[in-house]
Design a protein around this ligand. Structure first.
Ligand code: G1P
Length: 295
């Protein structure tokens, strides 16, 4: 199985659900405790051994490119002031020179279109796709677990991370049908994007982490629209599944849908409770607040 070297991050979404916070700032730069959402997702990819980070951006997203650049003046200042920990933190979270690429989606035509915009940068090799709305809290990270699972599958395979969803929320996601078990994965028997209530083939949703073969790009290039009038990635995957195997993998860990306010708040609380410098004090803050709230 060929190694997965490149990861794609579609970061062109408008973030309308977070207005006015996202009027001048990309939603991917909202922070979960002490780092932007996009940093959490890039960290997950780095941990998995990804070597090239491809961002599909849009207007007003320039600050994401700045975030993943070296800040020479800031680093010099930190060094002068003896702020070694902050300096190490900055240096440790940065992909190296030449390891990032940025391209623009130009028009908000859907997730499938955003992925297609990365075709030249990915080239003819399998790649990882991470949707930055989904922030994972697990060790090892979701993508690392997926790559370990992918290594055992017969080529050419596509692999989707899946997770359980409550039936009343299934219509918000892509849902997979479950076939036979193959090692740690299972064969995907059909997929549907945003099924009408009561029609989901299972309770497993596609949770924003994919390993895909490059043949997906030709199918995305047909620019067929689906649910919500958008070019849907799931529809292209359904077409690719006619000629290539698709597997699902139920990863170990928790995900937070930071594309919604409640998921974003949930992520902040969960990450603060797991943060070594903050956990004790924050737990007490939460206890006090809840005690007040419950009267
Ligand atoms: C996208 C995918 C969907 C997936 C979801 C995970 O939907 O199309 O299949 O389940 O991400 O967050 P979106 O959130 O862009 O509506």
């Amino acid at each position: 199985m060929s190694r997965i070297r490149k990861a794609v991050f579609p970061v062109a979404g408008l973030g309308t659900r977070f207005l006015p916070a996202t009027k001048a700032m990309p939603k991917e730069m909202l922070t979960v405790v002490d780092r932007p959402v996009i940093q959490h997702v890039v960290d997950e990819a780095r941990e998995a051994g990804i070597e090239h980070f491809i961002f599909v951006t849009g207007r007003n997203k320039g600050v994401i490119e700045d975030h993943f650049d070296k800040q020479v003046e800031l680093e010099a200042t930190l060094e002068r002031r003896g702020k070694d920990r902050e300096l190490a933190e900055l240096e440790g979270s940065l992909p190296g020179p030449g390891q990032t690429s940025f391209t623009r989606q130009q028009a908000p035509l859907g997730l499938g279109h955003a992925v297609w915009c990365a075709r030249e940068l990915v080239g003819n090799e399998p790649f990882a796709l991470l949707l930055p709305d989904m922030v994972m809290q697990d060790a090892p990270g979701c993508l690392k677990q997926m790559l370990d699972t992918y290594a055992d599958l017969a080529a050419p395979a596509n692999l989707l991370a899946v997770e359980e969803v409550a039936p009343e929320l299934a219509h918000q996601y892509g849902i997979v049908g479950v076939g036979e078990t193959v090692g740690r994965a299972f064969r995907v028997e059909g997929m549907i994007e945003k099924p009408a209530p009561g029609t989901a083939p299972s309770n497993l949703f596609i949770s924003g982490r994919y390993i895909l073969q490059p043949e997906i790009f030709a199918l995305l290039g047909a620019h067929q629209t689906g649910a919500g009038g958008e070019i849907q990635l799931t529809d292209a995957m359904i077409r690719l599944a006619k000629t290539q195997a698709f597997y699902g993998y139920q990863f170990r860990g928790k995900s937070f849908d930071c594309g919604s306010k409640i998921g974003f708040l949930h992520a902040n609380v969960a990450f603060a409770l797991a943060h070594e410098d903050l956990a004790t004090e924050f737990r007490q803050v939460l206890r006090d607040l809840l005690a007040e709230d419950l009267g």
